[in-house]
Design a protein around this ligand. Structure first.
Ligand SMILES: [Zn+2]
Length: 204
């Protein structure tokens, strides 16, 4: 997957005050998991690799580091923030990446909505570091059907839909099935209707 979010050596996650799923503010519409360094270092202690848990485990597992400002770091990626049911958020995907053991969180986490930053308030600001990525269309399972999760779509739109491994495919929206909170929509792709073998291809 693309690692285009300012990843560099010595990524610092130490300015985050608590771990949690976050949207809004500096992240725009993107769902991010802000990871508290001390918390996840503790989870990582079982491992004797001696490396940074983000670089040694989270990134190789497919998570993308999001930097913003001076050290604010979030993680986005498969099973954590992409292709997930936002009503049932857990950190199990990250837990497994960091600890090597299956996550067992059985309770769900809320999304913290950040206030929109006031332009110019902090004086020196590099807009490039703050520009939110446009909402990305991903696959999501609705009952037994794989559907598109995206924003501002309607029947007939041609969009790129991303799998958990970051691979995108061009899809045509056949029908919007459902409106969800925060402007998200679930839609059926045209391809699904014309598959002949009846099995479909599991997109995630
Ligand atoms: Zn390790």
């Amino acid at each position: 997957m693309g690692r285009t979010n300012g990843l560099s050596a010595g990524v610092g996650v130490d300015t985050v005050s608590m771990s949690g799923f976050t949207r809004g503010g500096r992240y725009g519409d993107r769902l991010v998991y802000e990871a508290l360094q001390s918390k996840w270092v503790r989870y990582h202690r079982h491992c004797t690799c001696g490396k940074d848990w983000v670089e040694a485990h989270a990134i190789p597992a497919g998570f993308t580091v999001v930097k913003a400002g001076n050290g604010w770091v979030g993680l986005v990626g498969p099973g954590l923030t992409e292709g997930v049911d936002e009503d049932k958020l857990t950190v199990n995907a990250l837990w497994e990446a960091v600890t090597g053991r299956p996550g067992s969180q059985s309770w769900y986490e809320d999304v913290t909505l950040l206030p929109v930053p006031v332009p110019g308030k902090s004086g020196r600001r590099d807009p490039g570091k703050y520009s939110p990525m446009p909402p990305r269309a991903t696959w999501r399972q609705l009952n037994s059907e794989w559907v598109i999760r995206a924003k501002n779509i309607q029947a007939g739109d041609k969009i790129t839909v991303y799998r958990r491994d970051g691979a995108g495919s061009e899809e045509t929206v056949a029908e919007v099935l459902r409106e969800e909170p925060a402007g998200w929509q679930l839609a059926r792709p045209l391809k699904a209707e014309v598959r002949e073998d009846g099995t479909g291809q599991r997109p995630l």
